[in-house]
Every structure is written in C-alpha cells, then in structure tokens.
Design a protein around this ligand. Structure first.
Ligand code: TPP
Ligand code: MG
Length: 625
C-alpha cells in the first residue's frame, strides 16, 4: 500500500474534502454530492497553524468560512444539515479554551435534535511541554482533563486524538455515527494543537473514501406483526408525525399510509411539513403549541401511531394529552421506539410504513372518524386564514398577523409562500404561533429548532438554511430577546452573499416567559425590559434596524402589518440580507394548547401561587405514568 507523509490535519482535511454522499432530493432524484459542505472556523493559536494550513491548501474542494461566534457558526452548520435531511454536514473548527467551550451549547442543540455536525475544537498540547498553555484549564486531580471534556455528554461520538495516526480510525468512526440514522448526532474530534501539526505515514486509501449511502433498516417480522395487530384493533387511530418522517424522507410513504387507511395526521414541531398544510388529513400542530382540532382528536384517539418522534413533552402535553390511547412507536432508534411502554416498531420510517401498509390490507379507521378529520382540517384552515389576515385597528399587531403578512407578501409577487419559503425559529412566543399558523407546502419548509429551543439559533440558522437551499427564501422570524442573544452572523450572511430575511418582532422583552411567570402565580418581573430598570438606571431603547444596518444588512422599522407586507415584498426582491423590525403586543392565539407540566412551588405566601399549585396537582392526575 502506498503511503504519503502528511500532518494529521492534512489527512483529516483531505479525507473530509474527498467524502461524498448519495443525496436524495425533494423531487426524488439522487445525486452524489460533497458530504461536507464546508468548514466554519474561527482561528486561534489552537488551530490556525495546524488545521489552518491544511484548510488553506484544500480551499477549492472544501470551502472555509469565517464567522463571528463559535456557537452561532455551529448553529449555521446544524441548520445546513437539518435543511438537507441529514444527508450532508458542515464541520466547525475552533481554537482551544473559550473557542471550544463556546461550541458546547451548539453541540447540545445538535445532540437533542439528532443532527449531525463535525466539531473540531483545538485542544491543549499532548506533549504537555508548554503547560499551562494560554487558555488551558488545569485540573488539580485529573491530568488528562481539558476544556474539551465538556463535549462528552453532548456529543454522540467523542475522541481526543493524541497521536496523528488516530485520525485513521477516529474520523471514519465519527462519519459512521453521523450517517447512521439511529445514532445520528454531533461528533467531536478534539485536536491537540501539536498533534494537528505532526506528520505520519498516511495510507493513500484514506484519501479516497467510498461514497456514503444511508442505511434504511427494515422492521423485525415479529414487531411488524404486533404493530399490525394493534392497529387492526383501532377505530380512531391518529398518526403523530415527527422529525424522523422528514429525515427518512418518508413523506410519500406517510401520505400513502394515511390515505390508504383513512388516518388523520398531526405534526410535532420537528415533523411539521411532513404533509402539505392543505392535505385533507393534515390536522396540523399537536400538543402544547397545538391547535384545538388536532388536540381534540388526540384526546379521543384509541391508538396513537407515533412515527419518528421523540415524544417530547410539548408533543404529548407532558403525557396528559392522550393518556387513554394505546401507543405504537415506529422509530429507527430503539430508545425512542420503546418510550412510554408503547408497542415498538424499530425501522426506518419509510420502509417501516411500507411494510406495515402491506400487512394492513383491507383495514381502515372508522369512516366517521376519517370524515370528522376531513371536516376538522377544512375548518382549521378557514380559522387560520381568519387569524392571520385579521388587521388590528388602533393597536399593535401580534405574531399571527405578522405571520399572515409575511406569507401573503409572496402572493403579491406571484409566489406561493408554502412552496417557496423556509420559515425558521427556535424560541419565544413565535414557535407556538408558527406551529399553529405557518403553512408549509414542501418538506423542510418549516424549520423549527424546538428540541433545545435555543435562543440565538435563529439568525445563524437562517444562514445555514440559505447555504443548503439557495433557491428558496430563508425567512427568520425572531423575537427581540432572541435577536439580542445572538445576531452577529447577520454580518456573515452579508459577507458571504447568502441573503436571509429576518423579521424581528419587538414586544420589548421575554414575552412568553413573563406569561408563564404570571400563569404560575408569580408577579411579573425581570422579563420585560421596562420592568427591569433599577433606580438610577435608564429605560432600554434598542434600535434594531440601526443595529442591523451597522452590520451591513438593509433594515427598516415598519409601523404596521400593511407596511410589513410592503417591506416583505421589497425584501423578497432584494439580493442582500434584509431585516424588518415591527413592534408587537403580547397577545397570542388562544385556540388550542393543552396542559404542560411546569413545577409550581408547594408552599408560598402568594394566593396566586397556591391556586396555580392546585391546578398543577389536578393536571398531574391526568398524566399517563
Ligand atoms: C439560550 C436560552 N436562554 C433562555 C431560554 C429561555 N427562554 C425561552 S423563550 C425566552 C424569551 C424569548 O424572548 P423573545 O425572543 O423576545 O420572544 P417573546 O417571548 O417575547 O415572543 C427565554 C428567556 C432559552 N430558550 N434559550
Ligand atoms: Mg420579545
């Protein structure tokens, strides 16, 4: 076998640049694409000389992108992968110390959401000669601990490469994990800076890896029979579509299954856009952020068929939304399939749905149940139109009205928002409003990070989406609080020529948390900006448009939804990143929702807290344990 003398970093980068994956597109065609779309990096002494030199040499095959913050550049990388249903990734490289630990929150985002990203933090010297190197954390008790150990609980694969040839096993293992549908998540290869720069004899084969193809494990025969038997007992079945439907690209199989058996479908945050918004069996959002027509049917279902969902508390109403139903869980990951004593069906969603359908010939839900679903779906859509086209008079708009204006601005240009736009968000009041009201017509057109619900995902996430789906409009809807938490990749989007549209809804503070605070009996404090000014302090005034302009975006502050719609029409035609700011109220859509477990103090001097505690105990009575 031929060997080439390379540094560890050179071998890493050359392998990564050579990796290709078989990518299935929305139109069903398949092409072979570079697996890694590029490397976001902020250099420091921990990576600039070693990895940096290797990246510079491979820039034509593997682009390097500079950003402004390690956490948010990783958010962009994560969004890139989510938007391509995990078939491609980006890598993220940082220096040691603060650069590395800035990445930890993003690692958790990817971990919770089961999204692949290759994290390459620099690490302290393996040879220990300059210890303590600048930014080194010194443990008095454990000689082999460094800041990078923080990644262990929030990655699916962690490795510290203390010899250059470790790359030969570590990188393929990381890729194996990221391309495995069941175990998919972030991988971290921690790279001591001296080891990055050390040479070894690299087998030439390592530089020519095979094309990556994604596994689709079928169901076990016995589990399949159990699942079919359970469904056959159902008269009022309900499908909960989760993110796994999208990652498996199982939307056609889901649709065929639902139609063949007359089963209504509801969607979690992760699963929204599995069926087009106007499909007659799509009841829309389920759960705490769900719509009444979906939640009502969930309360009456006899079998809930969970497909590709983690069954997070927002989906299940903390297990109080459908405790009466038997649970069947189709999931590629046994951990998820086995949750809540459900009947497990471990398989790829697309393959599993096909297998199950073949075994259910002649079976259908009660005709009255299916008919009711059709009726509910139609009523739901009429109500959504009403809520999102309402024009507020003599008062500020709220999120539903903003959502309507953003959507309908596409029509002015002859575009269909449901087809053309990707709406992105992560935290605040907007996730509930978007989950209920946004209309997605194509898989992936609803991009909500609601696994970790990480404020600060939004702007950077929008950039990642644009890099993944350049032909679509990447529209970030974000609250003032989340915008303030992390916005600097706005400048990166301008610099890279990756246009995004950011709509900032300014209600002057953490609106949703203040609502939660008062609903749980506490007085309103420390959430809205105007409630937080101490004596001698100053009322906070943030000019979001001016702020965005300072980073190179075009920005405008509009006064109402009519102006917003007009600004959106302009923004859609523009070439560079656009920011539109609108003042909003604290109103929200009250249709739908359900109980959510938030722990209330057992004793308190406040009567409102004691009332809330009584409600809490009552809610717990309805949970499936
Ligand atoms: C990083 C992070 N910190 C804290 C939270 C808790 N949290 C969730 S929403 C929210 C307030 C969001 O404010 P804003 O974006 O203005 O949206 P609003 O609720 O006002 O609509 C907070 C503090 C979080 N989700 N993420
Ligand atoms: Mg706010």
């Amino acid at each position: 076998m031929k060997h080439i003398r390379l540094t560890m970093a050179q071998a890493l980068v050359q392998h990564l640049a050579s990796l290709q994956s078989e990518v299935e597109h929305l139109d069903g065609t398949t092409t072979v694409e570079p697996y890694c779309g590029g490397v976001f990096t902020i250099f420091g002494h921990g990576n600039v000389a070693g990895l940096g030199e290797a990246l510079a040499a491979e820039r034509s095959r593997l682009p390097t992108y500079r950003a402004h913050n390690e956490q948010t550049m990783a958010h962009a990388a994560i969004a890139f992968s989510k938007a391509q249903f995990r078939q491609r990734i980006m890598a993220v490289s940082t220096s040691i110390g603060p650069g590395a630990t800035n990445l930890v929150t993003a690692a958790a985002v990817a971990h919770v959401n089961r999204l692949p990203v290759l994290l390459l933090p620099g690490d302290i010297f393996a040879n220990r000669r300059p210890d303590p190197v600048l930014q080194q954390i010194e443990s008095f008790a454990q000689g082999d601990v460094s800041a990078s150990d923080c990644f262990r609980p929030v990655t699916r694969y962690f490795d510290r490469l203390t010899r250059p040839e470790h790359i030969l096993t570590a990188l393929p293992r990381a890729v194996q994990m990221m391309t495995d549908p069941a175990n998919c998540g972030p991988a971290c290869l921690s790279l001591p800076q001296d080891v990055q720069a050390m040479a070894f004899d690299c087998p030439e084969d390592f530089l020519h890896p095979d094309v990556l193809r994604f596994r689709r494990p079928p169901a076990d025969t016995r589990e399949l029979a159990n699942a079919a038997a359970l469904l056959r007992t159902a008269k009022r079945p309900l499908i909960v579509a989760g993110g796994g439907v999208l990652y498996s690209q199982a939307w056609a199989a889901l649709r065929a299954f639902a139609e063949a058996h007359g089963i209504p479908v509801v969607e979690s945050h992760g699963g929204k856009s599995s069926l087009p918004w106007d499909h007659p069996l799509n009841l829309g959002a389920i759960g705490v952020d769900g719509v009444s027509w979906a939640n009502d049917m969930a309360r009456e279902a006899d079998v809930v068929f969970a497909v590709g969902t983690r069954l997070q508390d927002f989906t299940t109403g903390s297990h109080a939304l459908f405790p009466q139903a038997k649970l069947l869980s189709l999931n590629v990951q046994p951990y998820d399939a086995g949750k809540w004593s459900g009947t497990a069906l471990v398989a790829d969603a697309r393959v599993g749905l096909g297998q199950l359908q073949a075994g259910l010939q002649g079976w259908a839900a009660d005709a009255a149940w299916t008919a009711r679903a059709h009726q509910q779906a139609a009523a739901a859509n009429a109500r959504i139109t009403e809520l999102t086209t309402h024009v507020p008079k003599d008062m500020l708009p709220y999120d539903a009205e903003v959502i309507g204006a953003v959507r309908d601005s596409a029509t002015v240009l002859g575009l269909d928002s449901a087809q053309h736009d990707v709406a992105l968000c992560a935290a605040g009041t907007l996730p509930a409003e978007l989950h209920k009201l946004w209309r997605a017509g194509r898989p992936g057109n609803y991009h909500m990070e609601y696994g970790y619900s990480c404020m600060g995902y939004e702007v950077a996430g929008g950039l990642g989406v644009k890099m993944a789906r350049p032909d679509q409009e990447s529209i970030v809807l974000v609250g003032d609080g989340s915008y303030m938490m992390a916005n600097s990749e706005l400048a990166t989007s301008v610099m890279l020529g990756k246009k995004i549209i950011v709509v900032v809804l300014d209600n002057r503070g953490y609106g949703c948390i203040q609502r939660l605070q008062t609903a749980t009996g506490s007085p309103a404090f420390n959430n809205l900006l105007d409630d937080c000014v101490p004596e001698g302090g100053e009322r906070s005034t943030i000019d979001f448009a001016m702020h965005a302009r300072s980073m190179g975006a075009d920005a405008v502050h509009v006064k109402d939804v009519a102006e917003l719609k007009a600004a959106m029409v302009q923004a859609r035609q523009a070439k560079r990143t656009q920011v539109i700011v609108i003042d909003t109220t604290h109103t929200r859509t009250t249709d739908g929702g359900c109980w959510w477990e938030v722990a209330i103090p057992e004793v308190s001097a406040r009567p409102a807290v004691r009332d809330a505690y009584a409600g809490y105990l009552a809610g717990q009575q309805t949970q499936r344990i």
